[in-house]
Ligand binder design. Structure first.
Ligand code: IPM
Ligand code: MG
Length: 360
């Protein structure tokens, strides 16, 4: 089979981590007899520099026509003026919104060899961590009405958190479907003691739950959930939550598993099309030095094979290879610990490829 992949390498370390991922995908394609065709597109800060807009129409058009999008990272200090009208992050929100990618899957797994990289005590993580954050991605405060106003003559600003029942229902269903394939436990995170939108969220999640009697549902307020994530992350299986709470909780979940440099993500819509990206940002401080960790992007490539192309065996080959490299003691700087072997971006990419070659 032939698959068309739109590639948005983006800014900072984006191009470096994407390059390793493309190499890994090509190798897997070669081994299993698939062809991946790539179209490299501009979005983010580099698009602002070249074309004056973070998300050029052409980029969006080609993404729409492709089978999946692989994205590195966008943004950086050069474009970071919060008062600027044009910002790289608008590319991400524009892609998510325009492509209808309302479901963001962010699996946070503590790989056994990375236990030392977790900031949590051994006693807390002894049983490992395996959480899937299901984040709503095209609603809530990210997309609600916002603006500048005045309060009795004092300059003010507002953003709106709004959800309709349908938006909650479709993401809740994915949460429950995911739980059915995993540990059959789901935690819905909201702030229903304060927010009207959270009360609607909770009511709809409970409705959806009646269709999944085997799944154990619990509700947590976001403040408590943030605390539980460091107190005992092993209690979680699937977490389903809103756009903003999911943004925050997924960063926290990534850190307790050792490094934000390890976590992949999939942004999905109604059909098999999806956008795949590491959850880390563009890390401008280490860009161009060849030391960035490409594993989150490589693992995002595996999620692409699984979710968009239904190539489960191929996805697992990549995941096993990544685990194998970690088991062999190779580490990039972000996950380095005593006694391990420090390697750079292309070296760890090459090690993953060697594992794939050997594993087949
Ligand atoms: C993420 C990022 C983005 C978000 C930013 C860069 C707009 O933090 O994907 O988690 O807030 O969604
Ligand atoms: Mg985030």
């Amino acid at each position: 089979m032939k698959y068309n992949i739109a590639v948005i390498a983006g800014d900072g370390i984006g191009p470096e981590v994407v390059q390793e991922t493309v190499k890994v995908l090509n190798l897997v394609g070669e081994k299993f007899g698939h062809r991946f065709d790539y179209q490299y597109l501009l979005a983010g800060g580099c698009a602002i520099d070249k074309l004056g807009t973070p998300l050029p129409e052409e980029t969006l058009e080609i993404c729409r026509k492709s089978d999946a999008v692989l994205l590195g990272a966008v943004g950086g200090p050069k474009w970071d003026d919060p008062t600027a009208k044009i910002r790289p992050e608008q590319a991400l929100l524009g892609l998510r919104g325009a492509l209808g990618l309302y479901c963001n899957l962010r699996p946070a797994v503590l790989y056994a060899p990375l236990k030392d990289a977790s900031p949590l005590k051994e006693s807390i993580i002894a049983n490992g961590i395996d959480v899937l954050v299901v984040r709503e991605l095209t609603g809530g405060i990210y997309f609600g009405e916002r603006g500048l106003t005045t309060d009795n003559g004092i300059p003010a600003a507002y953003d709106t958190e709004k959800y309709n029942e349908e938006e909650v229902r479709r993401i809740a269903k994915i949460g429950f479907e995911s739980a059915m394939k995993r540990g059959k436990k789901i935690t819905s995170v909201d702030k229903a003691n304060i927010l009207e939108s959270s009360r609607l969220w909770r009511r709809v999640v409970e409705e959806v739950a009646t269709g999944y009697p085997e799944v154990e549902l619990s509700h947590l307020y976001i403040d408590n959930a943030a605390m539980q994530m460091v107190k005992d992350p092993t209690q979680f299986d699937v977490i389903v939550t809103s756009n903003l709470f999911g943004d925050i909780l997924s960063d926290e979940a990534s850190m307790v598993t050792g490094s934000i440099g390890m976590l992949p993500s999939a942004s999905l819509g109604e059909n098999s099309f999806g956008m795949y990206e590491p959850i880390h940002g563009s890390a401008p401080d280490i860009a161009g030095k060849g030391i960035a960790n490409p594993l989150a992007t490589i693992l995002s490539g595996a999620m692409m094979l699984r979710n968009s192309f239904k190539l489960e065996d191929e996805a697992q080959v990549i995941e096993k290879a990544v685990l194998g490299v970690l088991e062999d003691g190779y580490r990039t700087g972000d996950i380095m610990s005593e006694g391990m072997k420090l390697v750079g971006t292309t070296e760890i990419g090459k090690l993953v490829m060697e594992k794939i070659e050997k594993g087949m």
